[in-house]
Design a protein. Structure first.
Length: 658
């Protein structure tokens, strides 16, 4: 160390607590806004000696490096397990802060943390964010040029790297194993992200994950951490067994994501429904999931023609096209990604404000994983599932391609129940994962479309009488789809053969759409007016339904009607969300807009996604607090010493309006 640097360091130590000073492997004194403080230059492996590690605390690193005041639920317990050398399976919701659970221990431990990650884009994203914090992190994958690959290997062999990201395929290669056994490389931790992929009972089983255990056996002193957002007890135990964990700690965080608004609508004109939804969320980032490549391509063309900023992603596209689409979405060059299930695992984009499901997901696990990609920054975000019973047959078609579709059928049944429920959707989801729902945990944020409407019912007496009369007149031997076709006056082959076009109920239901009649059918089933039986879901009137029809009693139901005629009667539910900024704070709005523009320009210059600079939550916190000094800036969410050092002056100038 140069003599003048050493003197500066000594002066800084006098001004800071001993614990704070010990954080930095090397440090220099910087002056911003008339204040002095110490900034970390590097979190390389050689900058931490044993004495400093012993004095370090996870809480200190959380604030000084990552800029967060407190841990999210369960993060601290997982971190302590890793530091204690105890193998752990941690189930934490998407956006729950899983990466912190291995990144903080990596900065405290002496050796290397190997992170097994499923996607190249995720590795690159994570490394970019860590580098922006001054942390020595690298990735090795097949997309690297040979010079970059060998240079990264050289850095790893030097022993200075704290975190290494690899794919499961790369980890199992002999070259990678030889690298990890290099003289200066000490593997302290092996972390498996998206660990449900290791279980055949998980929703996205990947055979390559099965090879991780054999590699892990080569490093018996390394602690093993398995992370996933969705895992039932069966999957949790499967993960521990396949990784050969001994007496592991299995920690399960709450599955509740209070900032997500859950909504399900009957699918009628899906493209129109989606375009209206997107128009209400102009310039917001979102993902639209479709079941098939065909649906992705068709929806992409239609939304492009409407002028929306969209990209598409599915396995039928070339690698180059998929990579470009993903890059455009992550870096904010397009707002909306239309994709199959092939997209999204490990996507670290925190500012996705909505997730739409164009088709019914195959399971609640898949649905929960995908909606979890919205609102990872904790800000209010929305989810919308467009549901049609016709989707069930499409899902079953995919099941028939498998040897044993019985398990999938059970998972689909639960998904359909969620879509058709008339009770709190959040409560339904949490109960599925074995958790009771406490409404107080939502902190006043809106829960779901069902709860937004409250217990409000509408007079559906006339419509219900038409529907139940039609079921009786068609002899209670048909499905909802057939009954509705009769009400709509359809002339299908089956209706004509049965002579049901001569019934008094034929064509009397044209004032509602097919989707609205399906909605009414679901409500009548829930309320006990109808029964559904057999493999083909044949409808019949229950004794209660017969009584209500015969006595012509009033029927009140919690319907969601979309027909133009009925929109005046059935008010669209409105959700209440806390404003991100005080709507009267004009100065705050100016700061936020200028910070957004500056962030975008800065990200383009660095060739990184804008959220690597800082996320929306940080931007809004700065705009709200309006810091005037570096000390005040450091009190803002997500601003640690490194970001204050590298960006502090520019941020303060923007706040000042300079």
């Amino acid at each position: 160390m140069e003599e003048n640097q050493y003197n500066l360091l000594l002066d800084a130590v006098k001004k800071l607590s001993t614990q704070t000073a010990l954080l930095f492997g090397t440090a220099v004194e910087q002056k911003y806004g008339g204040e002095f403080y110490v900034t970390s230059c590097d979190y390389g492996g050689n900058n931490f000696d044993q004495e400093k590690n012993m004095a370090e605390t996870p809480e200190h690193i959380l604030k000084s490096v990552f800029g967060y005041e407190s841990f999210r639920p369960m993060q601290r317990e997982v971190i302590q397990n890793v530091l204690d050398g105890r193998d752990t399976v941690a189930v934490m919701p998407t956006g729950g802060g899983k990466s912190i659970c291995y990144q903080i221990p990596a900065l405290i431990m002496d050796g290397l943390t190997v992170v097994v990650s499923p996607l190249i884009a995720l590795m690159q994203d994570q490394v970019s964010q860590l580098e922006s914090l001054g942390i020595q992190a690298v990735f090795l994958n097949s997309a690297q040029e040979s010079d970059d690959y060998f240079d990264t290997c050289r850095k790893i062999r030097s022993g200075n790297i704290k975190l290494l990201y690899v794919s499961p395929e790369r980890l199992s290669s002999q070259r990678m194993q030889d690298l990890l056994h290099s003289e200066n490389v000490n593997v302290d931790c092996i972390t498996i992200d998206e660990a449900h992929c290791i279980s055949e009972w998980g929703h996205d089983f990947r055979p390559d994950y099965m090879e991780i255990a054999s590699v892990r056996e080569q490093f018996p002193r390394a602690v093993c951490l398995a992370l996933t957002a969705t895992a039932t007890k069966v999957v949790q135990n499967d993960i521990a067994r396949h990784l050969k964990m001994e007496s592991p700690s299995i920690l399960v965080s709450s599955f509740n994501r209070p900032n997500l608004f859950l909504e399900v609508k009957r699918k009628s004109n899906a493209v129109l429904q989606i375009s209206e939804y997107l128009s209400e969320r102009k310039d917001q980032s979102g993902i639209i999931y479709c079941m098939s490549r065909k649906h992705v391509d068709a929806l992409f063309e239609k939304l492009c023609a409407m002028g929306f900023s969209v990209a598409k992603y599915h396995a039928g596209l070339s690698d180059a096209t998929r990579n470009q689409s993903q890059s455009d979405f992550i870096k904010g060059r397009v707002n909306i990604m239309i994709a199959t299930v092939a997209f999204g695992m490990g996507i670290n984009k925190p500012d996705v404000r909505f997730v739409i499901h164009y088709d019914l997901p195959k399971s609640i696990e898949q649905y929960y994983q995908e909606i979890g990609r919205a609102g990872r920054d904790g800000l209010p975000s929305s989810t919308l599932l467009l549901y049609s019973p016709a989707d069930i047959n499409m899902v079953r078609y995919f099941f028939r391609q498998k040897d044993d579709p019985s398990k999938d059928e059970s998972l689909l049944h639960d998904m359909v129940q969620y879509a058709e429920t008339r009770t709190c959707r959040r409560s339904f989801l949490l109960k599925y994962f074995g958790e009771a729902y406490n409404p107080l945990e939502n902190d006043g944020q809106c829960c779901c479309d069902i709860c937004t409407r409250g217990n409000e019912n509408y007079d559906m007496t006339m419509e219900a009488q038409k529907y139940m009369s039609c079921i009786l007149r068609t002899k209670q031997r048909h499905t909802a789809s057939y009954v509705i076709d009769v009400l709509l006056g359809a002339k299908t082959k089956k209706i004509l053969e049965n002579g049901d076009n001569n019934l008094s109920t034929w064509g009397i239901g044209k004032d509602l759409s097919k989707g609205d009649w399906l909605e009414l059918n679901a409500c009548l089933l829930d309320a006990g007016y109808l029964n559904k039986s057999g493999n083909y879901n044949v409808l019949s009137l229950s004794p209660y339904g017969q009584k209500m029809l015969m006595e012509r009693q009033k029927i009140m139901l919690p319907v969601q009607i979309s027909s133009e005629k009925s929109r005046q009667t059935f008010a669209k539910p409105k959700k209440k969300t806390a404003p991100l900024l005080d709507e009267n704070d004009e100065e705050g709005k100016r700061i936020a807009e200028n910070l957004r523009s500056w962030r975008k320009k800065h990200a383009e210059e660095m060739n990184v996604p804008p959220y690597v600079i800082f996320g929306d939550k940080t931007m809004l916190d700065i705009a709200s607090k309006k810091p005037k000094t570096i000390k005040e800036l450091l009190s803002c969410y997500g601003i640690g010493e490194t970001k204050a050092k590298t960006m502090g002056q520019e941020i303060l100038r923007i706040v000042d309006g300079v």
